[in-house]
Design a protein around this ligand. Structure first.
Ligand code: SAM
Length: 286
């Protein structure tokens, strides 16, 4: 009888070969069904996270997950949460905030309006940290802060500004390491094991959904923080997002990246001055 199987059948038989194909199909389906574009996320970490979801959903294969995701938006919500990695904290990398306080905020002293964009703000801890700095430097009332993320579930938590009280105790240490001199507890009210961020820190913040892979620039900013977001992207997506951020900065605007990120060898590298090397702060030159 004639062999109808493709010649590469022997190779395809291995589970791992199927897995790559299944992953590709899942990512494509998510894009077509929900519009979330993970096609250029770094493949190794994406695969790890997808396989964890397969396990969490008590499934056996990525194809099983694909079927569930396509038919059940609630499953997509759970998947989105684990694919996007929303780990964050207040005053993360305290020296970053020391550098912001010393090298960036003094430049804003004479501006009548300071526009700031937190791209990929997760549950908001970073946004409130900067709001505290702006308050302490007497700049908050002139600041307009756009805080965006692709995941509306984390944005809803960010907007509420309610965090476990035990975390605030840890953040208090980071706040003081970041140069804070006040009682950290003045920035929240504690109740039933939770801390509610002061409304005076929330009033100038606009929370909105924005996807860095598919949405365009929406304003020009004096300061953009996009920290610990692009580490999950592949090289070409990093370049595209860097172009978007560059186009969204005013002349001499400042870009802040995460500890493991830099502008090294991106197409705009020569268009930035390094304002603080370890703080990953870069100032637009042209
Ligand atoms: C690890 S958190 C970083 C939070 C905060 N910037 C920090 O450094 O602590 C990464 C955030 O980026 C968001 N994110 C991932 N891909 C994104 C995209 N394409 N567009 C917008 N946000 C994205 C995730 O939803 C997540 O909330």
């Amino acid at each position: 009888m004639k062999n109808l199987l493709p010649t590469n059948y022997q190779l395809m038989k291995h589970d791992r070969d199927y897995e790559g194909l299944e992953l590709e199909l899942l990512i494509e389906s998510i894009y077509k069904r929900y519009g979330f574009d993970f096609r250029e996320y770094a493949p190794a970490s994406l695969r790890r996270r997808v396989l964890k979801c397969v396990k969490d959903e008590k499934l056996n294969t990525i194809s099983g997950l694909q079927e569930l995701v396509l038919h059940d938006p609630a499953c997509m919500k759970r998947l989105l949460r684990s694919l996007t990695v929303d780990v964050t904290s207040m005053f993360r990398d305290p020296h970053f905030y020391v550098a912001i306080r010393k090298k960036v905020l003094p430049q804003f002293r004479n501006y009548p309006l300071i526009r700031i964009w937190h791209a990929g703000c997760a549950t908001g801890e970073e946004v409130y940290s900067l709001a505290i700095l702006l308050k302490e430097e007497g700049l908050y009332d002139r600041a307009l802060i756009y805080a965006t993320d692709m995941n509306d579930a984390v944005l809803a938590e960010a907007k509420e500004g309610i965090y476990p009280l035990n975390e605030m105790r840890v953040y208090s240490t980071s706040y003081h390491q970041a140069g804070g001199r006040e009682e950290f507890s003045k920035y929240y009210t504690a109740k039933y094991g939770h801390a509610r961020i002061a409304t005076s820190l929330q009033k100038n913040i606009v929370w909105a959904m924005h996807n860095l892979t598919t949405d365009s620039s929406f304003n020009e900013f004096h300061l953009i923080l996009c920290r610990n977001v692009m580490i999950y992207f592949n090289r070409s997506l990093q370049d595209r997002v860097h172009n978007l951020l560059y186009d969204s900065l005013i002349f001499q605007g400042v870009l802040g990246l995460g500890a493991k990120e830099s502008i090294h060898s991106i197409s705009h590298e020569a268009d930035y001055n390094i304002l603080d090397k370890s703080g990953k702060l870069y100032q637009k030159l042209k």
